[in-house]
Design a protein around this ligand. Structure first.
Ligand SMILES: [Zn+2]
Length: 464
């Protein structure tokens, strides 16, 4: 049974989906005013781990991640560059999708953009106006938190100091500024706006997630994720808008991951420690090592990113690859060792029960790497047979459906022209045509593939 920490109840709860075998998942996506940094990817990676676990457990998952392409920050950015907002956000949206692919993060089923869902937001705001929960002031429309008595339930905010009728216009604000928040902001010179039946203007940030989640997942759904900084005000406001409009519960499980810090310090542009994926690739870090590193700290703990830890993650990924290489390329004796099945079963049980215990990744990874260590010893003692190696390979692949760290060097992911060259070079070598063999090796090197000839005559390869 899967157990998860629900921010709403403040407790670890047994997870049950609303519909048997189906999970409806919403995760807050990027605000595309800049390139995403590793702190952002920590949240997306934790969500990917959760989603992969749900799939592994047999659930069908419908996943929605929004793209915030209009808000205070994107408007300021576009104004500073003097370009239309769509032009400004496009490069960041493209980079975001490319990063997701590089990090092997599973694609969501929908990536709705705020600017494509203005009518849905208008409809929701209209419902709140009709119910007397939202009100107009100076051309903008605000949510009256006084009219929603459950306000503060998620962030456990103290409302006693609240002065009714005070308003906050910015999309992001601190708990000290808990006020009526903007659902719709009046048209301003130089800002993008929409001509609508509720007036000319643009949406506040929070309303988009309420409108888009209910469009794709229904008014009540299973899981909503984000980083802890989303709890207030963003998610608190989402709950208020959605529940006040629909009259019923919005989300069953709210799951949030903690911050990432770098070398023990908070990330900041001024400290030059706010790395993008591109920055890290330029420093020679394999995205799969970064993936493992981001996964390997429990999601509710602060993750301290260091280059040392990156190096360790790189070695761990290499250990898995080397292990698989041995299993695939060693000539094993015929037969089967009954011990192997037992070890695989024990590891799989520990791995999944760790993850089902509120995503306890440490328990899961320990079980996996202990199995590798044990089998490496057995390989060196010639205790593994041909039928065992196939079973172990399949167990590793099974684990990788959750970890997702074996991607780049998997032969299935190599372009066919590279695979052909590797084969041609092997052939040239067996035929002792060393000139051709060296020439192909150099060509492959130029394409980013390094070949290593081993003592037993086989060839292994890796990416540069
Ligand atoms: Zn959101």
């Amino acid at each position: 049974m899967l157990k998860l920490f629900n921010t709403l109840s403040g407790k670890i709860e047994s997870f049950r989906s609303l519909e048997k075998g189906q999970v409806k998942l919403y995760t807050c996506g990027p605000t595309v005013y800049d390139y995403a940094h590793i702190g952002n990817y920590r949240a997306y990676m934790f969500e990917d781990l959760l989603k992969r676990l749900l799939l592994f457990l047999g659930f069908e998952v419908t996943h929605v991640m929004n793209i915030t392409d209009v808000d205070d920050k994107t408007i300021i950015g576009a104004q500073a560059e003097g370009v239309p907002i769509q032009e400004y956000t496009k490069k960041y949206i493209d980079a975001f999708f490319s990063d997701l692919e590089t990090l092997n993060i599973l694609k969501a089923d929908y990536y709705p953009r705020a600017t494509d869902h203005i009518p849905e937001m208008i409809k929701l705001i209209q419902r709140l106006l009709d119910k007397g929960i939202a009100y107009r002031k100076n051309g903008s429309i605000y949510f009256s938190i006084e009219k929603y008595p459950d306000y503060g339930r998620l962030s456990k905010i103290e409302l006693s100091e609240l002065r009714p009728g005070e308003r906050v216009d910015s999309d992001e604000y601190k708990k000290e500024n808990v006020h009526d928040f903007a659902l719709w902001k009046e048209k301003k010179t130089g800002e993008p706006f929409w001509e609508t039946e509720i007036g000319d203007g643009r949406p506040g940030w929070h309303i988009e997630c309420s409108a888009m989640s209910s469009k794709y997942l229904g008014e009540t759904f299973d899981i909503h994720c984000g980083g802890v900084d989303n709890i207030f005000p963003h998610h608190e406001n989402e709950i208020a808008q959605s529940e006040a409009a629909s009259g019923h519960s919005f989300v069953n499980f709210w799951i949030h991951c903690h911050h990432l810090i770098v070398d023990g310090e908070k990330m900041a542009k001024s400290k030059r420690n706010q790395y993008t994926l591109k920055d890290l690739k330029n420093k020679g870090i394999d995205p799969m090592a970064l993936r493992l590193l981001l996964l390997s700290t429990h999601y509710r703990k602060m993750l301290n990113f260091t280059f040392d830890a990156c190096g360790q993650a790189q070695s761990s990924v290499q250990r898995i690859k080397d292990f698989l290489y041995e299993l695939k390329n060693r000539p094993f004796k015929e037969g089967e060792n009954v011990e192997v099945n037992k070890h695989i079963d024990t590891m799989m049980k520990r791995f999944t029960s760790g993850l089902c215990d509120d995503l306890n990744i440490s328990v899961a990874l320990t079980a996996f790497f202990e199995m590798i260590k044990r089998f490496n010893v057995m390989i060196s003692r010639d205790e593994i047979c041909s039928r065992d190696s196939a079973k172990i390979i399949s167990a590793v692949n099974n684990i990788n459906t959750i970890l997702g760290v074996l991607k780049e060097d998997n032969e299935d992911n190599l372009p066919p022209e590279i695979l052909d060259k590797i084969k041609a070079r092997q052939k040239a070598r067996t035929e002792k045509n060393f000139k051709l063999s060296d020439q192909i090796r150099d060509e492959l090197y130029a394409l980013g593939i390094i070949l290593e000839d081993t003592k037993d005559g086989t060839v292994r390869w890796k990416k540069k």
